[in-house]
Design a protein around this ligand. Structure first.
Ligand SMILES: Cc1cc2nc3c(=O)[nH]c(=O)nc-3n(C[C@H](O)[C@H](O)[C@H](O)COP(=O)(O)OP(=O)(O)OC[C@H]3O[C@@H](n4cnc5c(N)ncnc54)[C@H](O)[C@@H]3O)c2cc1C
Ligand SMILES: NC(=O)c1ccc[n+]([C@@H]2O[C@H](COP(=O)([O-])OP(=O)(O)OC[C@H]3O[C@@H](n4cnc5c(N)ncnc54)[C@H](O)[C@@H]3O)[C@@H](O)[C@H]2O)c1
Length: 448
């Protein structure tokens, strides 16, 4: 059996994050990856998705040209060329990462790993033994147990599909449905989102989501909440989705039906039992240091962790923590409190910290400063169709405990709030700052 100090299953953000501290400490490290290094984020997630979102932004700007007294013809989007552009932008990433791993002194093994013991792994015909094993195998779409589920596509397919469909149904009203739905809607596709729960985009502030829902409907996206998809059938070369809402059965036809009902840990094929790793339906039981409760030599990070947000910077962050725990012993714990998140719709929805509901649930005495900023000079200058913020400030301390922005460069502004929250900068100190003018950031002074 070949021996390593550390064997990592999965070469995504999380897995590669583990290699920094472990290699700096001189440990021998192997990373096992069956597909492209980089995993989901650069190859079939954040980066290719953002290329499509950037095109949607351009279409939005062109659509507003007349507000700047510019006369333009109706734009024509070459979807196949856009998908080519997306692929060209990400093409080099796996080989660049392979170079990085080589320079760092990590052995990259191509193949699918399975546990064959508490400290042992099989990959192809090789058997590896390690003091520490890290599970960083990411996530996959939650299987939907409905008749016709085999007709569903997933986000990977959309990002590779050179044919622009006429109509698309997204099952699930979460982040992927909204981001890809906005891209498609801007490209002229008929978009429907079907969400089982009463609320969309769980985790974001409800009022902010309400603003985005209004804007999405204005774009022509059909949204159904409290709606249950019953089945999917083929009908005359198209797909027919049957769902119930308010007790009434409804039908919608589309060319693609996309499973956006959340993602679950990708651990089915790795034989957790052989690794003595206790889990409940793929949810691995871990302690505060991201270590398996039943096998202390095994760590988990990234999307495979069942109870932390499935975001690429969080995967990297957790990977780095696991690396440090392997080197220093299990004493580093992740803290997710001040990590911002952005939904890349057009306009974006960005948030950090507590939602208003969560702040009140925790019994904090807070003031929620809600601003419709559409009439503010900066929003008017850029002809924003939506510009909205809610800043939640604790009354007795002046601490910002949550910030939520729709439009208005929120995906950039949110970092100023995150930094303030992390380092205890109060709302009045944020207002005292001298900002460049005129900028969206300068509006922070008037947001609370
Ligand atoms: C469409 C889409 C858009 C997204 N957009 C964003 C965004 O804008 N911002 C953001 O922060 N997050 C975004 N995310 C989420 C983000 O991509 C993930 O949170 C992140 O990539 C998770 O990293 P990871 O390393 O945990 O998993 P992954 O990157 O999925 O890596 C896991 C790796 O494990 C490998 N693997 C699987 N099984 C085995 C095995 N048996 N042995 C060895 N290796 C194995 C896989 O091949 C894979 O490469 C998006 C996700 C999707 C699907
Ligand atoms: N901008 C970003 O940071 C970004 C972008 C894309 C994806 N991601 C990550 O990818 C993960 C997966 O995204 P997602 O959009 O698939 O999941 P999600 O968790 O955001 O949303 C899934 C939605 O589907 C609903 N749902 C579940 N079962 C259903 C059913 N049978 N019928 C109808 N609705 C159903 C859920 O109630 C939920 O609202 C997210 O957790 C997110 O962290 C992040």
């Amino acid at each position: 059996m070949e021996k390593y100090d550390v064997v990592i299953l999965g070469g995504g953000n999380a897995g590669m994050g583990v290699t920094v501290a472990t290699r700096a400490a001189g440990l021998s490290v192997a990373i096992i990856e069956p597909h492209d290094l980089g995993g989901t984020c650069p190859n079939r997630g954040c980066t290719p998705k953002k290329v499509l979102v950037a095109a949607a932004h351009a279409l939005d700007e062109i659509g507003k040209a007349d507000r700047h007294a510019i006369i333009v013809d109706k734009p024509r989007l070459d979807w196949a060329a856009l998908i080519e552009r997306e692929k060209a932008i990400i093409r080099e990433i796996p080989s660049r990462l392979s170079g990085l791993m080589a320079r760092r002194g990590v052995d990259v093994i191509s193949g699918e790993a399975t546990f064959i013991g508490s400290n042992a792994i099989r990959v192809n015909d090789r058997e590896l033994e390690a003091k520490n094993i890290v599970i960083a195998t990411g996530s996959k779409p939650r299987p939907l147990p409905i008749p016709g589920a085999h007709l569903l596509t997933i986000s990977d397919d959309i990002l590779n599909d050179p044919v622009l469909p006429r109509a698309v149904v997204f099952v699930g009203g979460g982040v992927i449905a909204f981001e890809l739905g906005h891209v498609y809607a801007r490209a002229g596709v008929d978009v429907t989102i079907i969400e089982a729960l009463p609320q969309l985009l769980a985790g974001f502030d409800e009022d902010a989501v309400g603003q985005l829902r209004g804007e999405s409907e204005r774009l022509g996206i059909g949204i159904h909440t409290k709606a249950w998809v019953k089945r999917i059938d083929e009908a005359n070369g198209r797909l027919r989705v049957s769902f119930t809402k308010d007790g009434i059965e409804r039908l919608v036809e589309a060319d693609r039906v996309v499973n956006c009902a959340g993602r679950v840990a990708n651990v089915e094929g790795i034989d957790l039992g052989a690794g003595v790793i206790v889990h409940r339906e793929g949810r691995i039981e871990i302690d505060d240091c991201l270590r398996s409760r039943s096998n202390p030599d095994v760590y988990v990070c990234g999307d495979t962790v069942w109870n932390s947000p499935q975001l690429s910077p969080i995967a990297t962050y957790e990977g780095a923590i696991v690396g440090r725990n392997i080197v220093d012993g299990p004493k580093h714990r992740p803290n997710y409190t001040h990590i911002p998140a952005s939904l890349y719709t057009v306009p974006t929805l960005a948030g950090v910290g507590l939602t208003e509901a969560k702040a009140r649930e925790q019994g904090l005495r807070v003031k929620a400063h809600v601003n419709d900023m559409k009439d503010w000079l900066s929003a008017k200058t850029y002809a924003e169709t939506i510009a909205w913020s809610k800043i939640i400030v604790e009354e007795n301390t002046g601490r910002v405990v949550g910030a939520h922005v729709v439009g208005h460069a929120g995906e950039e502004l949110i970092h100023i709030f995150a930094l303030a929250m992390k380092h205890g900068i109060t709302a009045s100190q944020l207002s005292d700052m001298v900002y460049c003018f005129p900028t969206f950031s300068a509006d922070i002074k008037n947001m609370m």
